[in-house]
Design a protein around this ligand. Structure first.
Ligand code: NAD
Ligand code: GLY
Length: 377
């Protein structure tokens, strides 16, 4: 299948995105074509994912005359930190990875964010290749060059923009993904359509409906995966660094639809109750409620959004959380943003409107949280 090419004109950089069943087992010749003078490839992964796909991938690279070594991080978001980053960087130095070689991430967004930052820092930047194996990473995290680790002060606070040279997406890798991870990815898929492209929303919604007998277990078609990748690529190629001055409906910021409440839900529950996409699922409905109450979004569109979120799979309960605690986190985030926090709301499904936090009264926020979080799995 023809790859999608993302061009970043200002820097003459381009990123190739390939989508295909079985691609992950056959990457050697693609990488040889892309990086003719590379000798070494450092695979960054974790035990679970490397155990599933790592050996086949490494064999394919060796057949294309690369020297391959893997470094496996400990499982989980809490290891996406500075200590692990240092360990990866020391590994890259010990492996003597040069400026013409490459770092390849094999895994979900956690592995991808960590490997991406290591690639940005090693020798001030080496080529980065992503082989994302979660739905969330395939349609979102692997595209656009955001890399990060967490610190005690918060999530993703240390990072860099470092665009991958290529992203290879194999939907067959999703067959082993736990249902909650699929649900989390589907919520991000609904987000992309709802915030930025009505056709993409309709296609995602239609696909989920057609698979409603397997709610929470549906694997996307190649066509739908490609539509999502094209959408994300289109947004990031025009607003690579999420410019703070931009608040139009095509800015990268719209991808934060659902994220204000999601972040508050994750923080208020110590990152233990929700997968990120699940929190975004709840957050989108809250943002939809606010939009409807402000008269921006029709109620019928809000119901469609709710339905789409339901089709993603069951979400952990959010109706038994202390609303005051959630509002407190939102207020704290607002303070951090110097009182200029923006909400991504909807004018309709497929078109976002960025609204200043000042326009949302405390009572409207409280009522929207109550109505939006009153959904369970
Ligand atoms: P994840 O990376 O934690 O992966 C989820 C779980 O699935 C892990 O336990 C992993 O080992 C397992 N797994 C991965 N692929 C598998 C497979 N094919 N089969 C079986 N198990 C598999 O979670 P995620 O949702 O992919 O990523 C979340 C991270 O992504 C967060 O750290 C978030 O900050 C980041 N993120 C980054 C961006 C970005 O633009 N860079 C965007 C969104 C999210
Ligand atoms: N996941 C949001 C972004 O890449 O900007």
């Amino acid at each position: 299948m023809k790859p999608i090419v993302v061009r970043f004109k200002a820097r003459e950089h381009q990123c190739e995105i390939g989508v295909g069943a079985g691609l992950a087992q056959n990457l050697g010749h693609h990488i040889r074509r892309l990086l003719p003078s590379a000798q070494r490839i450092a695979i960054i992964s974790n035990d679970t994912v490397f155990g599933l796909f790592g050996e086949n991938l490494a064999d394919s690279l060796r057949k294309s005359r690369f020297t391959v070594r893997e470094w496996l991080m400990r499982e989980g978001e809490r290891h996406k930190n500075l200590r692990t980053l240092e360990q990866v960087l020391l590994f890259l130095s010990a492996f003597e990875l040069t400026r013409t070689d490459a770092v390849l991430s094999l895994g979900g967004g956690v592995v991808g964010d960590l490997a991406g930052l290591a690639a940005a820092l090693h020798l001030r930047g080496v080529a980065l290749l992503h082989v994302p194996t979660t739905l969330l990473a395939q349609i979102d995290a692997s595209i656009g060059g955001k890399t990060a680790v967490n610190t005690g002060a918060g999530k993703n606070l240390i990072g860099a923009f470092h665009q991958p040279a290529a992203v290879w997406i194999d939907p067959l890798t999703l067959k082993t993904l736990p249902p909650r991870e699929l649900t989390s990815g589907w919520c991000e898929a609904v987000k992309q359509g709802a915030a930025g492209n009505s056709q993409l929303f309709r296609d995602t919604y239609g696909f989920l409906r057609s698979r409603s007998h397997s709610t929470g277990r549906a694997i996307p078609s190649i066509l739908l995966l490609m539509s999502h990748c094209k959408f994300k690529a289109g947004i990031v190629s025009r607003d690579e660094r999420e410019e703070t001055s931009r608040s139009d409906h095509k800015s990268r910021r719209i991808l934060n639809f659902g994220h204000t409440t999601a972040h508050a839900l994750e923080t208020a529950t110590g990152y233990r109750r929700f997968r990120h996409g699940e929190a975004v699922g709840h957050g989108m409905v809250v943002a939809g409620e606010i939009s409807a109450r402000l008269g921006l979004l029709q109620r019928s569109e809000l119901e469609l959004l709710r339905d789409a979120v339901d089709l993603c799979g069951p979400l952990p309960r959010a109706d038994n959380l202390d609303a005051a605690a959630i509002i407190e986190v939102i207020a704290r985030d607002k303070k951090r943003a110097s009182g200029e926090m923006k909400w991504v709301l909807l004018e309709r499904l497929g078109r976002a409107r960025i609204v200043d936090g000042k326009e949302i009264s405390a009572s409207l926020l409280r009522a929207s949280l109550k109505a939006g979080l009153g959904r369970t799995g």
